[in-house]
Design a protein around this ligand. Structure first.
Ligand code: SAH
Ligand code: SF4
Ligand code: F3S
Length: 469
């Protein structure tokens, strides 16, 4: 029933699409309407950006390389840290000049930032040249919003949560031809005390397994070589589905699709990562022995205050189990330095955990208070300057760990998926199964293909190599 309503909604948007296409033809500065879409933040936002671009394509838009040329400018924003958010305010502010030069330009802001009441208000009051502001749950209504702006030139503000099921069938224009994102679940129920995501992305909703499997099958048939399954907490996939399917089972079903491809997934929450998951990985055809498993802190008191719901020992137990069933498994992780009330001694536990696990690489963040979260109200006596010093200490430890791991790779040959050519060095970059990047010289025809590359030199985390016979 619900799904039927959703499909009716999409048909309704199709009607707006046709009208917008007609009106934009007339309004465009050049022969075809041009759109500029800039996405900030995580892969979830990148996947949303592809749905936005899919809809714009259906409305006759082509894509501009800079906002200056565009008839429609959209910023798809991220709210996870203050710094990221400030950059967006700055960049949106700069669009004012473009609007002055080309008053017909339509400017829109969407994504996680706009889901915060105070931010939406700020766009409303202080950025009058922004025509459309919309939230993360209504991207499929972009045609209607454009129609409204074009027909009665009023500003449009649209947020809201619709339905319990994930909307299927929104047109998608994928950025890549060899790597694709497939959303398996939306939202997050975890409420880690520092994190804004559950407030801006809403409650967890899983897509039906048959929809996911058939999307993956189509991608593999179309020649995609790597599929990354997306969700804020993929390990809790399946909550609320009619058919009880957990994440491990979903992986099993995708892995059964024939072809030469890799399945990746992110993000796994340690509290929900199961032994079953590692067993499936160990026995699969297509899942690399690699997992991104954010630990955030190596200290139990800090983990408790973060509401992470696992201990250091439980985390290490997972790592040990994974290594017991996949001796070659590698890990990456996210870490937060300077959580409110964290002491220098507690921070040392984070460093010792990094040394113990030997991560391939780390995504490291200095704690950033987010309005409305629990941690934002906690006393935070350590100065930013001090946290910056801790941060530098952490980077040094990770660099040592990474340098050792990289050095051990020299002389070995790896199968990489070739992703792109580095503009500066002119070298190709390929990614190993464990998500390590190796740069090597080679021809254009290799991009998007697998290649065997022998590592010839290592500098901290940077690896260079050459094509192997
Ligand atoms: N759902 C994923 C990650 C979401 S955000 C997970 O649970 O792992 C990506 C990373 O940003 C987090 O893992 C965390 O390390 C970092 N992060 C989130 N909120 C933050 C904040 N307020 N300050 C600093 N880092 C933060
Ligand atoms: Fe944020 Fe925690 Fe949810 Fe990840 S699991 S998105 S860190 S609340
Ligand atoms: Fe940012 Fe939203 Fe992702 S806050 S990290 S873009 S879910």
């Amino acid at each position: 029933m619900e799904n039927q309503l959703a499909q009716e909604e999409l048909s309704r948007q199709k009607l707006y699409m046709a009208d917008v296409a007609e009106m934009m033809k007339v309004r465009a500065r050049g022969p075809v309407p041009l759109a500029y879409v800039r996405t900030y933040g995580c892969q979830q936002n990148v996947a949303d950006g592809e749905k936005i671009k899919g809809q714009l394509s259906e409305m006759g838009f082509e894509f501009a390389g800079s906002p200056e040329e565009a008839d429609f400018i959209l910023f798809n924003t991220c709210a996870v840290r203050e710094h990221a958010q400030d950059r967006v305010f700055g960049n949106v502010g700069a669009l004012k000049n473009i609007k002055r030069r080309h008053p017909a330009t339509i400017i829109a802001v969407c994504g996680c930032m706009t889901e915060q009441e105070h931010v939406a208000e700020r766009f409303k009051k202080s950025y009058p040249f922004v025509n459309i502001v919309f939230g993360t749950h209504v991207i499929h209504r972009l045609p209607e919003m454009l129609y409204t702006t074009l027909t009665d030139s009023k500003r449009v503000f649209l947020r809201g949560h619709e339905g319990e099921e994930v909307l299927e069938g929104i047109p998608t224009r994928r950025d890549g031809t060899s790597r694709a994102w497939v959303t398996v679940m939306l939202g997050c129920d975890n409420f880690c005390s520092y994190c804004i995501v559950p407030y801006v992305r809403g409650r967890e909703k899983s897509r039906r397994p048959e929809e996911i499997v058939s999307e993956c099958r189509e991608l593999i048939q179309a020649g995609y070589k790597e599929i990354t399954l997306l969700g804020q907490n993929v390990n809790s996939y399946g909550k609320g589905l009619e058919e009880p399917v957990n994440f491990a089972e979903l992986l099993r079903r995708i892995d059964a699709i024939p072809g030469d491809y890799r399945i990746r997934f992110m993000t796994s929450h340690p509290k929900d990562a199961s032994k079953e998951l590692f067993d499936v990985m160990a026995h699969s055809q297509h899942i690399p022995h690699y997992i991104h498993l954010p630990f955030q802190s190596g200290n139990d008191r800090v983990l408790r205050e973060m509401n992470r719901r696992y201990t250091r020992e439980q985390y290490l137990e997972l790592i040990r189990y994974a290594r017991s069933v996949m001796p070659d498994v590698s890990f990456t992780s996210d870490v937060i330095v300077g959580f409110p009330g964290e002491t220098y001694e507690e921070f040392q536990d984070t460093l010792s955990l990094i040394r113990e696990v030997e991560f391939t690489s780390l995504f490291t963040f200095i704690y950033s208070p987010r309005e409305g979260t629990k941690a934002a109200k906690m006393p935070d006596p350590v100065s930013h300057q001090e946290k910056t010093q801790w941060f530098a200490e952490l980077l040094k430890v990770q660099e040592e760990v990474a340098a050792q791991r990289s050095a051990a790779m020299v002389g070995q040959t790896y199968r990489v998926l070739v992703e792109e050519r580095n503009e500066k060095s002119g070298l190709l970059s390929g990614r190993t199964a464990s998500s390590v990047v190796i740069d090597f010289p080679g021809g254009e025809e290799l991009i998007g293909q697998y290649a065997q590359v022998k590592v010839t030199a290592a500098r901290s985390w940077m690896l260079s190599g050459e094509l192997a016979e």
